[in-house]
Ligand binder design. Sequence first.
Ligand code: NAD
Length: 499
Amino acid sequence: MVRELSHFVGGKLTAGTSGRFGDVFDPSTGEVQARVPLASSDEVRAAIDLAVVGQQIWGDMNPQARARVLTRFLALVERDRDDLARLLSSEHGKTFDDAKGDIQRGVEVVEFAVGAPHLLKGEYTSGAGRGIDVYSMRQPLGVVAGITPFNFPAMIPLWQAGPALACGNAFVLKPSERDPSVPLRLAELFTEAGLPDGVFSVVNGDKEAVDALLFDDRIQAVGFVGSTPIAHYIHTTAADQGKRSQCFGGAKNHMIVMPDADLDQAADALIGAGYGSAGERCMAISVAVPVGQETADALAAKLMERARALTVGPALEPGMDYGPLVTAAAVERVSGYIAQAIDQGAELLLDGRGLVVPGHENGFYLGPTLFDRVTTDMTIYREEVFGPVLIIARADDYEAALAMASDHEYGNGVSIFTRDGDTARDFAARVQVGMVGVNVPIPVPIAYHTFGGWKKSMFGDLNQHGPDSFRFYTKTKTVTSRWPSGIREGASFVIPTMS
Ligand code: NAD
């Protein structure tokens, strides 16, 4: 029996009325497990109507009272963590432990957002002139929207909603139509925590729903995370509509392995960061760049041994290293990249195509795939694959490796494995990538720093979470006041200065 999912509007689950639906699969079995309604523009506008009303109540509450609602929300997520993780695994296909990590990373940003009263304090200058004080305050934007990808259905909505709500905004979420159930559950938990109706809504849908958000004047800002072409579209359209936006796109993350690195540590890091979550992470490492032929030969052997030993199977079965991809289309797309790489001359060390998991023959599985001697002109080097495919692109020396990561059109994350402090420091300073790891495989910054790539991995000015999120979700108002008002200086026709 295929379940019919809802939207979450005005503080409750509401059935879709557009008559359009999308399939939600269980990637482990390949079966359709639910239908998600795809909202019409009218349904999106109705959600914004209620968000406007809710925001007036929420925005008027003091920051500490708002933070208390978020604190109660955190306790409810803790209560339901395992159920949320199971639900997440069943629609996304990542393992249960990895799903718990997805939730935990989102929780950490909400924990950070609970510090809103401190972060919203603004600035104050006493005595900026005779009797003059200047202060600035951060005010909510109003109603803001989030459009999120399938690969982190808990973490990314919470990365956006935590700070947005803490700042006093109402938030309309358009999650991925592939795995919408966890966002819907999060909406119910926000309401249970005491969030006023309308302040957090979920409208499920596709381009029609996204465009309804982009072209509605009441939406003040848009946070987007997903693929680069859509990130670019959202960013340019939002700008054209006079909206603030931060749009995070695709990635091709390199790991440089220096000859002095601990190769076992580097190989373990590459296997986890390359194949974890079936490579469906924007911070997955997809390119290993060993420096020197000797390092490359040794690293390739270690990667082969480890990749071959990986266990791939149903998301909720214990002991799996990773589960299925999100859809059959994703398996087909990644398989196409593998075939193309072979045609273009890459050396296939391990082929994951055609993996059949007994008892789950229709699941969307792809075994670990490993290529060596990939060159920078090959499609598999230039484009994001977003699957369990790790490529080795050999570099002759450090400068060549640094140039590879810096010259790639994506600039999300990068990592270097070395025992040499000078090299690590030079690399961190010079590489043209937004997030850098030193002997760290997935350099996703912690909640109170900010997250954001460079080049085609990010369009906009302010990063996600950390202090930037409070700048993104507030507008600054600066007040210049003079007391006592009895000072008489007469009219002045020159611009006031500090001289
Ligand atoms: P996607 O771009 O297909 O979808 C993202 C969102 O955009 C979804 O909500 C989707 O419904 C919507 N969308 C899709 N097509 C649209 C269109 N034509 N017009 C308007 N909206 C549209 O991405 P995905 O497949 O869900 O997620 C994977 C991608 O996300 C990868 O490229 C990955 O690198 C990227 N990602 C980036 C980050 C980051 O922080 N840089 C984090 C996670 C994922």
